[in-house]
Design a binder for this molecule. Sequence first.
Ligand SMILES: Nc1ncnc2c1ncn2[C@@H]1O[C@H](COP(=O)(O)OP(=O)(O)OP(=O)(O)O)[C@@H](O)[C@H]1O
Ligand SMILES: [Mg+2]
Length: 207
Amino acid sequence: MKAAPSRADVLDAHGAELRRIERDLHDGAQAGLVAVAMRLGVARDLLGAQHPVVADLLREAMEGAEEVLTELRDVVHAIYPPILADRGLAGAVDAVAARTGVTTDVRLGELGRLPAAIEAAAYFVVAETLANTTKYSRARRAHVGLTRRDGTLVVEVADDGVGGADERNGTGIDGIRRRVAALDGRVAITSPIGGPTVVTVELPCAS
Ligand SMILES: Nc1ncnc2c1ncn2[C@@H]1O[C@H](COP(=O)(O)OP(=O)(O)OP(=O)(O)O)[C@@H](O)[C@H]1O
Ligand SMILES: [Mg+2]
């Protein structure tokens, strides 16, 4: 009889699947759309001068293709951010923190090897939360901490801004909740009026 797969096996398979979907979309749909947009551009250049109506239609079609491409790129990045493969979780988190509009200190514990699915979720939490900090908090400082404790990855993102985060007003925090719940993790958010805002996420990653 075959042994039941361990949690680590399931997470590894899930991570491999995320990478495969990311690659398929990148090399397939994304590359295909780029080619479509390019051909539309060539057609517009060839016909545009003689047929202004056609030129307008082709321009609209090109703009449409480019919008879809931007959306697709965001989806692909959210599935498995390519920066994770390039720089690992620590490097990727440092990079988001560095391009945040608020001075952000990053504290990383000894993380060891983590399943790709856990890394992708942790990165997503940090990126979305720091984007919120930049957009809404008017904070002077932000903090990101990643530590691994007893088979759990704890991600904490805090800012000293105005507080009052309300997840009913958007889809970002809801997205964090759904993504973390899919990995049997937990999300805690405190954001009283006047601040601070603290988002803590626990992701189980033990075997
Ligand atoms: N760090 C924060 N400080 C103050 N307010 C916040 C903070 N984070 C979120 N908020 C408030 O909570 C709301 C919900 O955030 P959420 O990320 O769910 O949605 P959003 O950022 O508005 O939209 P989306 O993420 O879908 O682009 C925000 O609109 C904002 O008003
Ligand atoms: Mg948001």
